[in-house]
Ligand binder design. Structure first.
Ligand code: F6R
Length: 261
């Protein structure tokens, strides 16, 4: 795992967007794994800008989102399909037929989850997976005790996550209790993982995920098992990390990061 500290939220999001843009330029038919949530909004804003200013071409790109709430229609402003349409899909030249999210309204949710796994496999697997981290330590909606080998499935959300996301729904009472999410195992199969976390509210959980033990209580810690995982944080989210100076040294000196410094 690598840890990169950027001075602020915008610089961190820009770095993630540049990595994604380079992936698309290198592989025009790249398969991207995407995340939603407030942290990702700045990443998508930068990608839209890169599309407008540098003609970054999404026409061959295929996407698979991590998760979707159970019960919400695609035109519900709180659905993740709606979020993706608003923040990215409608603002770049992505072919909507190449964008995938689990269908949280499927009559048979189990079959929907198995089908989602098949679609990812048929696309050749995910080249680059974007991730946020919840205050519960989740990646996707892999809440505490999610098996580290889990695949796409339906999950009950923890009270921490319900509290975290309830403001978007105008209160906890209106918030779905369940979601479909890629499993930790599905995420670990991606060829590269990039996790972005910003703000002081994420400092504790980032320290646990990066420097703590690998545990299903903090599913983001499973990224320690991945051969190519990069965690990008701003100073605020880095505040509780013990080895900050070492991480800074790596980013400043490793040739791999030269073009991003
Ligand atoms: C969303 C997702 C979640 C979020 C996480 C952070 O698709 O998979 O894991 O990335 O809850 O959300 P924000 O960015 O709103 O703090």
């Amino acid at each position: 795992m690598e840890l990169i500290i950027q001075r602020d939220k915008n610089a961190a999001a820009l770095l993630v967007a540049r990595i994604v843009a380079n992936e698309i330029r290198a592989q025009p038919r790249a398969v991207l794994g995407l995340a939603t949530g407030s942290t990702m909004e700045a990443v998508y804003a930068h990608l839209v800008r890169l599309h407008q200013e540098t003609k970054l071409d999404f026409s061959g790109v295929r996407t698979f989102n991590l998760d979707e709430y159970v019960g919400l229609t695609p035109d519900d402003p709180n659905s993740y399909r709606y979020f993706m349409n608003q923040h990215l899909f409608q603002k770049v030249n992505l072919n909507l037929a190449n964008t995938h999210l689990p269908n949280g309204r499927a009559a048979d949710l189990g079959a929907e989850c198995r089908h989602y796994e098949q679609l990812i496999e048929q696309a050749g697997g995910i080249d680059l997976q974007l991730l946020g981290i919840g205050k519960s330590g989740h990646i996707g909606f892999n809440e505490p005790l999610s098996a580290l080998k889990s695949r796409t499935r339906e999950k009950a959300l923890t009270p921490t996550t319900i509290q975290q996301n309830a403001p978007f729904f105008g209160g906890e009472a209106n918030m779905p209790r369940r979601a479909i999410t890629m499993g930790v195992g599905t995420i670990l199969d991606a060829r590269r993982c990039i996790l972005l976390a910003t703000g002081e509210a994420k400092a504790d959980i980032i320290a646990q995920a990066v420097e703590g033990p690998i545990t299903s209580m903090v599913t983001a810690s499973a990224l320690q098992l991945h051969a190519k995982a990069t965690v990008i944080v701003d100073e605020a989210a880095a505040a509780k990390l013990k080895e900050r100076e070492y991480y800074r040294w790596i980013f400043a000196n490793e040739p791999e990061w030269q073009e991003y410094r």
